[in-house]
Design a protein around this ligand. Structure first.
Ligand code: NAD
Length: 378
């Protein structure tokens, strides 16, 4: 296995050794082996697909969450209300990688039995890349829709506003192609970018779009600094320190969709919205409202759903590209392209992000000699 390589101011780390270091870090911090490897798998999987914002850059923040009791190791989610097609599930602040998986599996089981199902997950730890959950449902041949909010994470200003009143609230849907092809996955924050992408930009990675941030005076900028404020030497940048805000995508339309996420994932699930006037600082968690549909329940003859989807994809992609060398992509296609590249090149990390991962591993008790042997021997 190639050890980390420095190129164009980035460190390229192969996914397997990176997963081992992250797994060992969380084991040393009290997670079971299974939970630690789930966290490592999901975080590195986000990097593999190009969503660095939801990848291993989160390791030190997750460790902080554990230490502060914001997230709890080795939790089993609990069904608190249920019918044949509905489950309201309490994630009890367990790791999203664990309680998210458990909630999705409940939804899959019910949809397999009844054709459709809804799960309302409350109080989940950070659920990471929501596409993971649509992919899990698609692997069981189910269409799924996931609406997510982030309680206690005021990061986004509503359209026309300056002050943070919203979270980055992702929307996600998965369409299975049960003929062996990869599912189609739409997975997007309702802010111009996910917060972690601002963190990646702050740490020297890919710059933000010019309309991503609104400053405290109402100016619009692509500079991530107003979101984080000043970070003291040795401290990890935190968006709660900034006076600016992320903006919603698509102006009033994205703002409206974000509002809907708060209604479904925050209010309807019982998880709670991003904040209230009386309680602007709520305890951090993800809420997730998910719907699962079996195409079979809609009376499709064998494979007629998949053939219609594929015929439409072919039609859509036949639109002439605006750029000379451009290509019209369907949701999830970009991620697949990035994954092919990164499985070869390794995961590109800003040096500061890589150092942060190593420091977090060492602080958890992983010896430098162990890190070296992981990096050089796999
Ligand atoms: P993004 O903007 O990179 O992609 C959004 C969607 O657009 C994807 O489905 C992608 O396949 C598609 N896409 C990208 N380029 C395209 C192109 N050229 N043509 C057509 N489609 C294209 O993603 P994002 O909004 O920055 O979200 C990043 C991640 O952050 C997601 O995985 C999301 O689930 C996650 N997130 C999680 C939380 C949480 O609280 N757990 C909060 C916010 C975001």
């Amino acid at each position: 296995m190639t050890p980390p390589v420095k190129e164009n101011d980035l460190i390229y780390v192969q996914v397997e050794p990176l997963k081992s270091i992250v797994t060992e870090t969380f084991k040393l911090r009290g997670c079971s082996s299974k939970e630690a490897s789930r966290i490592a798998e999901r975080l590195s999987g986000a990097n593999l697909r190009g969503h660095d914002s939801h990848g291993v850059i989160r390791v030190s923040r997750y460790v902080d969450y554990l230490r502060e009791g914001k997230q709890i190791a080795n939790v089993t989610a609990e069904i608190i209300t249920e019918t044949d097609i509905l489950a309201v599930i309490d994630g009890k602040f367990g790791f999203g990688q664990t309680v998210g998986e458990q909630a999705v599996d409940i939804g899959i089981k019910k949809a397999k039995a009844s054709g459709i199902a809804i799960t309302a997950l409350q109080n989940a730890g950070h659920l990471g890349r929501i596409g993971d959950w649509a992919e899990r449902a698609a692997a069981a041949d189910l269409v799924s829709i996931h609406m997510v909010n982030v309680r206690g994470s005021l990061m986004v200003a509503p359209f026309g506003g300056i002050d943070r009143r919203m979270s980055t609230s992702p929307f996600c849907a998965g369409i299975p192609l049960n003929d062996g092809d990869d599912p189609i996955i739409l997975d997007m924050a309702t802010s111009v970018v996910a917060e972690g992408k601002a963190l990646v930009a702050l740490k020297g990675g890919k710059p933000l779009p010019e309309d991503a941030i609104v400053t405290e005076t109402g100016a619009i900028t692509g500079d991530p600094k107003p979101l984080y404020g000043d970070t003291k030497q040795g401290e990890f940048p935190h968006p709660s320190n900034g006076s600016g805000a992320l903006r919603t995508f698509g102006n009033h339309k994205g703002s409206g969709l974000n509002f809907l996420m708060e209604m479904m994932a925050g209010a309807l699930t019982g998880s709670g919205c991003a904040g209230t006037v009386n309680e602007p600082q709520r305890r951090f968690c993800n809420g997730m409202f998910s719907m699962y549909f079996s195409p079979d329940a809609f009376g499709h003859s064998e494979n007629s759903f998949v053939s219609e989807v594929k015929a439409y994809v072919e039609f859509l992609k036949s639109s002439r590209p605006t750029e000379v060398d451009g290509e019209v992509l369907i949701p999830g296609e970009k991620e697949k392209q990035v994954m092919v590249e990164r499985l070869k090149s390794g995961l590109p990390l800003a040096p500061e992000a890589w150092e942060d991962i190593l420091k977090t591993a060492q602080e958890a008790g992983l010896k430098q000699s162990n890190i070296d042997s992981i990096l050089n021997s796999q």
